[in-house]
Design a protein around this ligand. Structure first.
Ligand SMILES: CC(C)(COP(=O)(O)OP(=O)(O)OC[C@H]1O[C@@H](n2cnc3c(N)ncnc32)[C@H](O)[C@@H]1OP(=O)(O)O)[C@@H](O)C(=O)NCCC(=O)NCCS
Length: 208
């Protein structure tokens, strides 16, 4: 475990956090990535929970970050507030040193203190169960189209808070960038021009 310092993301960290996200996600799930653009859109949106959004620093450089947003579960009785997060990312050369774990655990503790009661995400299905996340179907929660899959997971920050809360999870629109939409991809490409160049590659494990 390396000795990292964690603190809230400030406005003037934004570009460096976006650079980190680009490095961490580039060619991971698709040729190139759009996570740096997602951060850009999320940070100044009304759904971003800036007080929960953290970065990790090591030797003066930003090496990890997590950003949170308000989300909703629509039930038969109305809407219930929940949280979502993403991107969570760690500098590739420092991955598997416990930084992701620290960011996740620290931000979840803070979320609980701030009174949030649950979190739902679509994320790596082999990673988040280590921290108590369960597939969303265990809570009777589906995606808006009524489906569930392994990567769609949730956690109760307050035990029992999801009892009798079955319904549909709605993530904020900023997370719904459609990479098959030409206009959206032009926006991503235009945004990416202010970042250091990285070559796009088609790789077998990409799923987006
Ligand atoms: C996923 C990510 C955030 C994890 O952060 P990290 O600092 O590398 O992870 P940690 O060192 O805290 O790992 C904690 C544990 O999870 C495991 N782990 C790390 N990355 C994993 C992955 N992608 N899948 C499954 N397990 C993983 C580690 O081996 C470790 O296991 P252990 O406790 O049994 O030793 C980081 O690897 C990353 O930025 N990846 C690229 C972007 C990404 O996929 N983000 C998540 C999107 S949902």
């Amino acid at each position: 475990m390396i000795d990292v310092m964690m603190r809230n993301i400030e406005n003037n960290d934004l570009f460096n956090v976006e650079c980190l996200a680009k490095k961490a996600f580039w060619n991971l799930n698709m040729p190139g990535c759009d996570e740096h653009y997602l951060i850009h859109r999320l940070w100044n949106s009304e759904v971003c929970v800036q007080e929960l959004s953290l970065l990790a620093e090591y030797e003066g450089a930003i090496i990890g970050a997590i950003l949170y947003a308000r989300a909703k579960i629509k039930t038969v009785n109305g809407e219930v507030e929940t949280l979502t997060f993403g991107p969570l990312c760690v500098e590739p050369s420092i991955q598997k040193n416990g930084v992701g774990k620290l960011l996740l655990e620290k931000s979840m503790e803070k979320a609980k203190v701030l009174g949030f009661s649950s979190i739902f995400i679509c994320g790596v299905p082999t990673y988040y169960p280590k921290y108590g996340f369960k597939t969303a179907d265990k809570f009777g929660i589906t995606l808006p189209d009524g489906t569930n899959f392994d990567a769609f997971m949730g956690i109760e920050l307050i035990k029992g808070s999801l009892d009798n809360t079955s319904g549909k999870f709605y993530e904020p629109d900023v997370y719904c960038g459609d990479i098959h939409n030409e206009r959206y991809m032009l926006e991503v490409e235009c945004f990416d021009k202010s970042f250091p160049y990285m070559e796009k590659k088609v790789l077998p494990h990409q799923w987006r």
